[in-house]
Design a protein around this ligand. Sequence first.
Ligand SMILES: NC(=O)c1ccc[n+]([C@@H]2O[C@H](COP(=O)([O-])OP(=O)(O)OC[C@H]3O[C@@H](n4cnc5c(N)ncnc54)[C@H](O)[C@@H]3O)[C@@H](O)[C@H]2O)c1
Ligand SMILES: O=CCc1c[nH]cn1
Length: 513
Amino acid sequence: MFLCAVRPRQASLFRSVVAAMSTGTFVLLQPLNYRGGVRVEPADSCGTEKAFEPATGRVIATLQCSGEKEVDLAVKNSMLAFKSWSQKSGMERAQVLLEAARMIKEQKDAIATMETINNGKSVFEARQDVDTSWQCLEYYAGLAASMAGEHIQLPGGSFGYTRREPLGVCVGIGAWNYPFQIACWKSAPALACGNAMIFKPSPFTPVSALLLAEIYTKAGAPPGLFNVVQGGAATGQFLCQHPDVAKVSFTGSVPTGAKIMEMSAKGIKPVTLELGGKSPLIIFEDCTLENAVKGAMVANFLSQGQVCCNGTRVFVQKTILDKFIKEVVEQTEKIKIGDPLLEDTRMGPLINEPHLERVLGFIKSAKKQGATVLYGGKPYVPTDPKLKHGFYMTPCILTDCTDDMTCVREEIFGPVMSILSFENEEEVLERANDTIYGLAAGVFTRNIQRAHRVAAQLQVGTCYINNYNVSPVELPFGGYKKSGFGRENGRVTIEYYSQLKTVYVEMGDVESF
Ligand SMILES: NC(=O)c1ccc[n+]([C@@H]2O[C@H](COP(=O)([O-])OP(=O)(O)OC[C@H]3O[C@@H](n4cnc5c(N)ncnc54)[C@H](O)[C@@H]3O)[C@@H](O)[C@H]2O)c1
Ligand SMILES: O=CCc1c[nH]cn1
């Protein structure tokens, strides 16, 4: 068993060691909090959590959940960093972000390996996540220098101008499905705007945010600009309730999002909520079937189906239903499940055992409610003996689904595709929009007018035409309805991490009473 006890100064060793690691060998012995530019043990704790390697079911770290005192120290430390960072020019901030992006690119394999060990997604996918991570830093570096206000001429030569200013210490709270990428998608725009950030990863995936913290420090960020506190709900609450926290950006479930909003409301803090979904994917008879099938698979089986915007309600026009089903089953059978660190694996384990049980429970209830399990949906034990305690299942295709079934209404967050059929555009739009969620949707058709007409009527934050689950950092991402509000990525996110000051300049005399 390899014990990876790497000190901050040994980053290059870490890189070569982690990149060369195989499943079943990693144990983390270092402190998992990051404050003032170094890894630290928390000053106090409100319990412990275990982090697993989902591929083997092994515990790789036991983390101390940060208590109120540690959260306060992290906030004070970040406030100090904010003082100097917020005074820097956009170009100066950009230089740090660009250097951090360069280092992420350079360490891509090591970061992806770590992500795979802790999250279970295939290393093939994890590398793509790392790409959209450094791209995000580069994108906001590019915007940092061009952030500017307006000059407004007023009567009598007086004038006004606006300044786009940072908010202060922002908190980022992440989900476990894209641990490194979420940390980047939150911190890059926050830092570009001149804020400091304290990031709390999910206790299931505590590891990779530390790599980002070390990279920011090495890239020249002042100590405390990006701190990491570990913990679960209680630690998250201390962060949201801290009076010196200016904003909370949250990625996670709808019920937790509601609690975050409530806590933030008490402190009049702005929030960004990136929440769950039950997104529709509409496949018309005039689509290119091969692309639609590939799209449906990407929309359901990426990251073992643990993707917020997955298109899990697959509406297929009746005339092509049989052809579509035959093809999608054939392609799904070919997905290679197993050790996520192997190059040809495309589906790894789910995040943990309770979650696997929960997903299998949804399939059981779907059967009870009348759905047919056409393929998969069973626990899976890979042949490699070291993987026998991992959290694997076969991807599942459900047919004979109806709109009122639990598998069609609720977010499963696992590899379960529910196929529904429809007759016409008007009908499918009404059914697609009949949900509390509004994160994403997809439409496959070769009719350009229909594609845009449908996109305009879907009540969602992102609509994919003739593809699915593509997330270029230039495009804003976020939800409608209960899937949240605020956006990540794109130019607009600058507005969610800054505030506008108006300055009035009098060029004449003051008129009094
Ligand atoms: N819209 C998006 O961009 C997006 C991206 C990824 C995941 N998600 C959603 O996230 C969910 C899965 O992630 P999860 O299981 O980690 O979600 P979760 O809501 O259980 O936890 C998310 C984070 O919130 C923290 N937390 C839990 N209770 C808290 C509280 N009371 N106060 C403060 N923090 C608290 C957790 O420790 C974790 O860090 C799914 O619903 C998925 O759709 C959304
Ligand atoms: O899981 C939902 C999509 C996503 C990826 N990274 C952040 N959000």
